[in-house]
Design a binder for this molecule. Structure first.
Ligand SMILES: [Zn+2]
Length: 179
């Protein structure tokens, strides 16, 4: 059991063949470290099952938790449940060999034979960000009522007719010039 907030590293070297489970946590600070402007806070549990064989290492990465973002409509906190399961195949060798790797739905990561550990922080960050919906708003009727009232007033009020004829001033100017 290894818990860190700023990096998620799976040991590679010295890990015996077979299956191993590692647990990590990612909080709001983790996402801020990566410069996320969307994630305000987070509580995510990351479970990584590492299956090691002679030629490769397979990772099954499960991320569950809650991410707090700003509601697109009322700007209040909005909790989004996260549940991501992703496979990651680790192959030993050079980057050039990557094209030959057939992995199905899993992502593939090439690592040096000498790699001591594998940093999954970027993967976890990307997986969570990809799991966020495009439109992040509270369910209908659950937005901040003050903001909802304000927005209704802003968009439902009278429409300005001031700039009705944008070229009227220009026309006068041209007429004067021609005289
Ligand atoms: Zn809202």
């Amino acid at each position: 059991m290894d818990k860190v907030t700023d990096s998620i590293k799976v040991p590679l070297r010295g890990l015996p063949n077979g299956s191993h489970t590692f647990e990590y946590q990612a909080d709001g600070e983790f996402f801020q470290t990566f410069g996320s402007e969307i994630v305000q806070d987070a509580i995510c549990a990351i479970s990584v099952v590492v299956t090691k064989s002679r030629d490769f290492v397979k990772l099954e990465c499960t991320i569950t938790g809650t991410v707090t973002v700003e509601c697109d409509r009322c700007l209040d906190d909005l909790q989004i449940p996260i549940e991501v399961v992703r496979g990651l195949l680790v192959k030993y060798g050079s980057e050039e060999e990557e094209a030959d790797v057939s992995s199905g739905d899993d992502d593939v990561m090439m690592v040096e034979d000498t790699a001591v550990q594998l940093d999954l922080s970027q993967f976890v960050y990307d997986y969570v960000c990809l799991a966020l919906p495009l439109q992040m708003v509270h369910p209908e009727g659950e937005c901040n009522p003050l903001m909802t009232a304000y927005l209704a007033k802003e968009t439902g009020g009278e429409v300005s007719v001031e700039c009705n004829m944008p070229f009227s001033g220009l026309k006068d100017l041209l007429d004067n010039k021609n005289n």
